[in-house]
Design a protein around this ligand. Structure first.
Ligand code: PEP
Length: 256
């Protein structure tokens, strides 16, 4: 955790969830509507098809709803894409950009991720910018170099602690059940904090840095307690309300 930084527990449903899954959103909206919401934010990013209904279901709850990607342009001839304005129009508040699955499935570059983050900011959305090394990069000792490059190139100038969240997601930890050691997470987050503080000064000292990659109810408390870990980006374990809420509620002990 970082002193005076409000943690964020964010769920990424990826390409999962039809209308039947809206019951999970309802349960999450009810589950986060308690005293912990005064200290910890909760966000779910369902597929774009569920965005509008999901925001309607959570209007009376602190649960926020976001999207998983946006186009870098405001509008135009881009079949199949959605713009940041469209997300905001559905009352979404956040958008994930640069997730490793977008970087690998769609060959997204740091340059493009930065443009998407800028598009998000122009629509008054908070951009959750994902970075992280592959297994090969880690094995060859390049982790911090990769994080330095991705932070430098994917995060736009002028990013603030309000409009930008960094999500550190080691690619090899996503969906594998593997996580770095607590010491490795601490070292990576300390490095990112120093990079952000040097580039963005005060904003960089309080910009949230989430950890993502196989976060589960069983390891959330240990991982979220690490210095400079300001929340989680959760994939698989965010599909079920009971798991997502168990991760969110790990903060009961951490913020007591
Ligand atoms: C993710 O895809 O952002 C993620 C962290 O997935 P998982 O929690 O399933 O590893």
């Amino acid at each position: 955790m970082t002193p005076d930084v409000r943690p964020l527990v964010a769920g990424n449903w990826k390409m999962n969830g039809t209308r039947a899954a809206l019951d999970q959103i309802k349960a999450m909206a009810a589950g986060v509507d308690g005293p912990l919401a005064e200290k910890v934010d909760a966000l779910i990013c369902p597929p774009a098809t569920l965005l509008y209904v999901a925001t309607a279901l959570s209007t009376d709850s602190p649960l926020m709803i976001g999207a998983q990607d946006c186009h870098q342009n405001a509008a135009g001839a881009h079949t199949g894409d959605i713009s940041a304005d469209m997300i905001a129009d559905c009352f979404g508040t956040h958008v994930i950009v640069g997730h490793s699955e977008r970087r690998s499935d769609h060959a997204e570059t740091d340059h493009l991720v930065r443009a998407k983050a800028q598009a998000a900011h122009a629509a008054d959305l908070t951009a959750i910018i994902c970075i992280g090394e592959t297994a090969e990069e880690r094995k060859s000792g390049q982790t911090l170099d990769i994080l330095k490059r991705q932070l430098a190139l994917s995060v736009p100038d002028g990013a603030t602690a309000e409009d930008t969240v960094i999500a550190y997601e080691p690619v090899w930890a996503i969906g594998t059940g593997l996580t770095p050691t607590v010491e490795d997470i601490e070292a990576a987050h300390a490095f990112m904090r120093a990079e952000l503080a040097s580039r963005f000064q005060a904003a960089g000292r309080t910009m949230r840095i989430l950890y993502g990659g196989s976060v589960k109810p069983g390891n959330a408390r240990e991982l979220m307690a690490v210095e400079n870990v300001d929340g989680a980006l959760v994939g698989g374990a965010s599909l079920k309300a009971s798991d997502f809420l168990a991760i969110y509620n790990a903060y009961e002990a951490l913020t007591a």
